[in-house]
Write a protein that binds this ligand. Structure first.
Ligand code: CO8
Length: 258
């Protein structure tokens, strides 16, 4: 069904793999369209409790497709950017957790894709960077916005202005990734985390994502109020009754996403 990505669901976990290894999984308009379609599937499928995003072969995503971009005029460039923004925003706004399992190059649009996910786990072999200014553009899939929010303005400027790539350990040090593991541990580690999250109350996880992502850019008073409303949604769920009853009855909870 898909030509440039792979999407499968196993035991409540969605596996979204960029599958264009000959071009190191570079994002062209076809890949972006397929990603958007798969995200629609994920959103509509209640069985999917968490999603792992990764790349086939030795790269996560080596950026937007330079061969394709080289031919674009301003109008076409804007359209491709809109498609990229839509993918990244859909991931960020969907009330399901996304884990980037960064197996190799996460450059340009690849770093931006990883940043749109909720949590990043990197292989020791991963390489991060925003090389755009070396190509005559700037990060155009929201890297100028998400990178400073993750690592601070100064470090974001250091990386974006210099177009310097950094290894996984440095990405960990600056807060661009949450964990670094040996290459063979990457998928098991991402799966372990996805399954842990999937075992929790889905409405609570969703409300946590909504509260963090929306509250982050609000003034603190509005953000606090937003948290109250999001928690109130949880109190209205069956899963809140189940979670607390299970604790009091000293048994494992059975969440129903209701
Ligand atoms: N786009 C298109 N093709 C690519 C890309 C890419 N981003 N990256 C690698 N490839 C292709 C290569 O052209 C090569 O193809 P071929 O075999 O046909 O020659 C194949 O993948 C393998 O690559 P290399 O031979 O270069 O492999 P190396 O191991 O020697 O090097 C690197 C790997 C270091 C990752 C190198 O390929 C590289 O530097 N790639 C480009 C990285 C980059 O600059 N990425 C940022 C792109 S800009 C961007 O992402 C902007 C996003 C937002 C703006 C959107 C506006 C519309």
């Amino acid at each position: 069904m898909y030509e440039n990505i792979k999407y499968e669901v196993k035991e409540g976990i969605g596996y979204l793999t960029i599958n264009r290894p000959k071009a190191l999984n570079a994002l062209n308009t076809e890949v972006l369209a397929e990603l958007q379609q798969a995200l629609g599937e994920i959103e509509a499928d209640e069985a999917v409790k968490a999603v792992i995003v990764t790349g086939e072969g030795r790269s996560f995503v080596a950026g937007a497709d330079i061969a394709q971009m080289s031919k674009l005029n301003a109008v076409e460039g804007r359209a491709m950017m809109a498609a990229g923004h839509k993918v990244m925003d859909t991931i960020e706004q969907m009330p399901k957790p996304f884990i980037a399992a960064v197996n190799g190059f996460a450059l340009g649009g690849g770093c931006e894709l990883a940043m749109a996910c909720d949590i990043r786990i990197a292989s020791e072999k991963a390489l991060f960077g925003q090389p755009e200014v070396g190509l005559g553009i700037i990060p155009g899939f929201d890297g100028t916005q998400r990178l400073p929010r993750l690592v601070g303005k100064g470090m974001a400027k250091y990386l974006i202005y210099s177009a310097q790539n950094i290894k996984a350990d440095e990405a960990l040090r600056i807060g661009l990734v949450e964990k670094v593991v040996a290459p063979e541990e990457l998928m098991p580690e991402a799966e372990k985390l996805a399954k842990t999250i999937a075992s929790k109350a889905p409405i609570a996880v969703a409300q946590a994502k909504i509260a963090i992502n929306n509250g982050y850019d609000m003034d603190s008073k509005s953000a606090s109020q937003f948290e109250v409303e999001a928690t109130t949604v949880c109190f209205g769920s069956e899963d809140q009754k189940e979670g607390m009853a299970a604790f009091l009855e000293k048994r494992a909870p059975e969440f129903k996403n209701r």
